[in-house]
Design a protein around this ligand. Structure first.
Ligand code: AMP
Length: 331
């Protein structure tokens, strides 16, 4: 049986990369397939950076609102907050015994953090892939809609699932696959000319779902470019490739082709390219932004959804935990 699980960390507002790489696919899974879907707000994961309590609480609420605004529907999906399901940390404890320090240290994300925040290499950062694996296998999920940056973590999830099955000579956990409903996993670039769009880079490199039209346009128009192609059919530098990638995510085929031809024959005007990106991005984000503002005031609805989501997620998680304890002899 196919089961879908995915989540987002509440570390700030969600950006266009989160939407295109993850949430848009969550909604498609929910709407187009008749399979159980679990989507959560990964609040335990965000504790690695020690957020202030009030910020954490607001961010959890904001992600929930943004999930709903993007089209997740509690009637069709189980939507819950990770920390409302105590079976997750219990299973995490068990799985920590099956994960080795060496393999965790080799995780690209961990190595990045060691470089970027040497003053805060806590144990939670090291075992992050274990918690992520548990988030997924706690529902015995088979498919995980995520962006390309999560490919390695998914590989580790499969390793841990397989290791459990081998250690206890059972075929209990399936090996979950990262999926996108397009033909490949998406990596949305940032506007600063390098790397992916991310919450932690500068505020101006990401377009947030809450950004109003003016702000969105201003950020896109400021995106990094070069001086323009000097020769026909010249290769594109990274910052221009990034702009074309953004255009391809939002514009129609004819518009994309028109700008590609203009680049190839050196007649391109980057202002026009950015204008087209901003205009088409706004078309995608506008209805989401409007719905975010509608939901912001509806505390009662948000509480109900969190409560119902926790109940259904706990039902599935406690069944798995019970089986695992039985299998490993914690009877
Ligand atoms: P995070 O914001 O790191 O918690 O990521 C939440 C989800 O959004 C994960 O599935 C990521 O793979 C996805 N994601 C984050 N940034 C990007 C990006 N720039 N492009 C594509 N997917 C992304």
């Amino acid at each position: 049986m196919e089961i879908v699980v995915s989540g987002v960390r509440p570390t700030g507002n969600q950006h266009f990369g989160n939407y295109m790489g993850a949430i848009r696919n969550f909604v498609k899974f929910q709407d187009e397939f008749d399979i159980p879907c679990y989507f959560f707000v990964a609040d335990y994961h965000s504790l690695t950076t020690h957020p202030k309590p009030e910020d954490l609480q607001n961010n959890v609420r904001q992600i929930l609102i943004e999930y709903l605004a993007c089209g997740l529907d509690p009637k069709k999906s189980n939507i819950y907050i990770q920390s409302h399901v105590p079976e997750i940390p219990e299973l995490y404890l068990i799985f920590n015994m099956l994960a080795y320090k060496g393999e965790l240290e080799r995780s690209v994300t961990f190595k990045d953090k060691v470089r970027s925040q040497p003053e805060n290499i806590n144990a939670g950062l090291l075992t992050y892939p274990v918690l992520m694996a548990v988030d997924i296998i706690v529902h015995k999920a088979t498919q995980v809609p995520v962006g390309k940056d999560q490919e390695q973590h998914l590989e580790m999830t499969r390793t841990f699932a397989r290791r459990f099955n081998n250690a206890y000579k059972v075929e209990y956990f399936p090996e979950p696959q990262p999926v996108s409903l397009g033909d490949k996993l998406v990596k949305v670039p940032g506007l600063d000319g390098k790397g992916k769009m991310s919450k932690s880079e500068s505020e101006n490199s990401a377009i947030f779902l809450v950004d109003d039209e003016k702000k969105l346009r201003k950020k896109v128009m400021r995106a990094v470019t070069d001086a323009g192609p000097k020769e026909k059919n010249q290769a594109m530098p990274e910052e221009i490739q990034n702009l074309f990638q953004l255009l391809e995510l939002v514009a129609d085929g004819e518009t994309i082709q028109q700008f590609k031809s203009a680049y190839a024959d050196c007649t391109i005007r980057y202002g026009d390219l950015k204008g087209a990106i901003a205009e088409n991005m706004e078309k995608t984000i506008k209805p989401i932004r409007e719905r975010i503002h509608e939901l912001e005031a509806d505390d009662k609805l948000l509480k109900e959804i969190m409560h119902e989501g926790a109940t259904s997620a706990r039902k599935s998680a406690s069944a798995t935990l019970k089986d695992v304890k039985e299998i490993i002899g914690l009877r």
